[in-house]
Design a protein around this ligand. Sequence first.
Ligand SMILES: Nc1ncnc2c1ncn2[C@@H]1O[C@H](COP(=O)(O)OP(=O)(O)O)[C@@H](O)[C@H]1O
Ligand SMILES: [Mg+2]
Length: 434
Amino acid sequence: MKVLVIGGGGREHTLIWKIAQSPKVDEIYCAPGNAGISQLAECIGIESANTPALISFAREKKIDLTLVGPEAPLAAGIVDEFEKKGLRIFGPSKAAAEIESSKVFAKKLMQKYGIPTGDGEVFEEPQPAINYIRDKGAPIVVKADGLAAGKGVIVCQTVQEAEEAVALIMVQRKFGEAGRRVIVEECLQGEEASIIAFTDGKTVLPMVSSQDHKRAYDQDKGPNTGGMGAYAPTPAVNSQTLEKVLKEVLIPAVKGMAEEGRIYKGVLYAGIMLTSEGPKALEFNCRFGDPENQVIMPLLETDLVEIMSAIIEERLAEMEIHWNERSAVCVVLASGGYPGKYEKGKEIRGLDEVSPMKDVIVFHAGTKYLAHAGLTPTPPFFTNGGRVLGVTALGDSLLAAIKRAYSAVDKINFEGMHYRKDIGARALPYSFNK
Ligand SMILES: Nc1ncnc2c1ncn2[C@@H]1O[C@H](COP(=O)(O)OP(=O)(O)O)[C@@H](O)[C@H]1O
Ligand SMILES: [Mg+2]
């Protein structure tokens, strides 16, 4: 069969790496892809927002299955558009994707269906939000309603900071229309975990748990990023906790969505805070995580294409999904200056030394190669984004995976490269230095 993947980051490279292992798959295309992806798939120069061009391409090439990586095309309704044309596509509809694209929608869903979450209220005007903040006190969290590229949530340590956050989001409209409404929410304490599940709207099958590292620098210092690394599974989520999240968060969300007439099919991602009162939902995402996917897919033993087909055909209940019992760690290598300003076009060295390493996979995010007409891509590769590579390693323990990942990282370099040296360390029973 022929598969088209939409997106061009580390998450999509990981999906393609997994799909390429399926005996059912003959050809893979990716729009727009990146240099690493081009070693496994034919990259086509169509942006993920250009739905009409993607539909024409899928028809022309007789694509059997399209998979959408990022949230923006899902929120814009790409699944509805493909289905209208009779094309098979994996992911939630526009109405279902609102669980991510509107935090207000998600909060109301959680409140209506009794899903544990922080106490909070929705505001459409700044003044009532400020009054509420003054009444509740700090710490407190202010969230823009819409998609804001991971920057629309501000955790405030003082009332003044929270008032400034309301002004930034609602008055200055830093995130545009996404800031028309805000949620002001109690500040929860605890470890965070990502619990991501496959669902066909009836059956919910969780993936292995994982944890992302959002901050740019070691010990969770510095600005927020798209994610500097991840590990799976996370020891903070034992089987009872996973069961609890499934029963109290994911299943009620999928059932609630069905009751709202928004049948949810695809991947549902719950961002969870493990509080002393039990797991509470911070948010939902409507797709695979990035970089969480870089540690989850390598542990998935079942054919991903079979799972996606079962979801599209609403027969997930028949599937058994198998997971490898090992650990996986992904260290993101970023451009100098990221998440602020950075330069592109730096030559990446050392990938040849890493490729023969056992249990190490390098997933590309922002990379490109110099195209020579007619030649398949070979190194050198060049940097082309903020997050450049995700170096993933497997190990029999988390510590073994961490050590292996960093031994691979040591072989790679490009001008300005920076990365965190403590990925996974907080999950170890003792402090660990590289
Ligand atoms: N109620 C809360 N209490 C404490 N921290 C929170 C709360 N809500 C969000 N956060 C923090 O902010 C981060 C981003 O919030 P999230 O709701 O996941 O939105 P997004 O991923 O869209 O930015 C979370 O990963 C968490 O660290
Ligand atoms: Mg989040």
